[in-house]
Design a protein around this ligand. Structure first.
Ligand SMILES: [Fe+2]
Length: 264
């Protein structure tokens, strides 16, 4: 099974630029086209939050319009820039979102089970999963302890080493860590939020953060460094899962680059 992960498209209302500089809507369309031109078509596209920049209904309308070009099965989840109730209203017809409360869900239609956790705190940029969410996760994971599972959370639960990113990570992750550690069928925890590709072993599994389709947050490892964003090369992740080998993840850069050249 091939799962494509897009993240943080930050779609804006028609005619507006993300942070006044990035044409996030066009970049999201580029990302969709990129997926549809891959030599192997993904079985599923997972978009891990910050679908819109401000969570406004007109932004969700634009997101739906742009997403209409995607001819592949997909799952959506919210990020800190989304608005929970506007998100629910915009995508409720997709059939997997709960009718109330946090937007946790589990989709078990594929060889690998997808468990999406809503880590958003209204009005805040850091993440948190409350006791109800942790209980839901524990019960959900316990229903089938052998099935390979991908857990998706917008906010990475572990540090990246970039201070201005870590200030807004998932807070109070100790309880989540013990639940994850108790389930050895979690292939990876896939995240967004940090607008960079980051990989870290955590709680006995791998945390993988996906780049944004829009902008890149600067890689500055000095703890005193100030945060910044760049128009970096947009990218997505491709997670290839095979029954005999487990999951391997690849970074796939979006856009035109010189080549191809001979392999040898
Ligand atoms: Fe974002």
């Amino acid at each position: 099974m091939l799962i494509a992960q897009l993240s943080d498209p930050h779609v804006c209302a028609a005619g507006l630029l993300y942070k006044g500089v990035a044409d996030s809507n066009r970049l999201f369309s580029d990302a969709i086209r990129h997926l549809q031109q891959l030599d192997r078509q993904p079985d599923l596209v997972l978009i891990t939050g910050d679908l819109t920049d401000e969570g406004r209904p007109q932004e969700y309308s634009m997101f739906r319009e742009l997403l209409g070009a995607l001819e592949l099965p997909h799952l959506l989840m919210p990020g800190n820039h989304d608005h929970r109730e506007n998100f629910r209203q915009a995508f409720f017809e997709l059939g997997y979102l709960p009718t109330r409360g946090a937007l946790h869900y589990c989709v078990d239609d594929h060889p690998i089970r997808i468990v999406a956790l809503d880590s958003c705190q209204p009005g805040k940029h850091h993440g948190l999963i409350d006791d109800e969410g942790l209980q839901w996760l524990d019960q959900t994971l316990s229903q089938n302890r052998d099935k390979p599972t991908l857990v998706a959370i917008h906010h990475p639960p572990c540090k990246s080493g970039i201070k201005y990113i870590d200030d807004y990570r998932l807070f109070d992750a100790e309880s989540l860590e013990s639940i994850v550690r108790a389930h050895d069928n979690i292939e990876a925890i896939v995240c967004g939020h940090v607008h960079r590709a980051i990989f870290r072993r955590w709680a006995g599994t791998l945390v993988v953060a996906c780049p944004s389709t829009c902008t890149e947050i600067a890689l500055r490892l000095d703890p005193a460094a100030k945060g910044a964003s760049f128009m970096g090369p947009p990218a997505c992740l491709l997670h290839l899962w095979e029954p005999s080998a487990g999951m391997v993840s690849h970074i796939s850069h979006i856009g035109c680059h010189p080549g191809p050249y001979p392999f040898f």
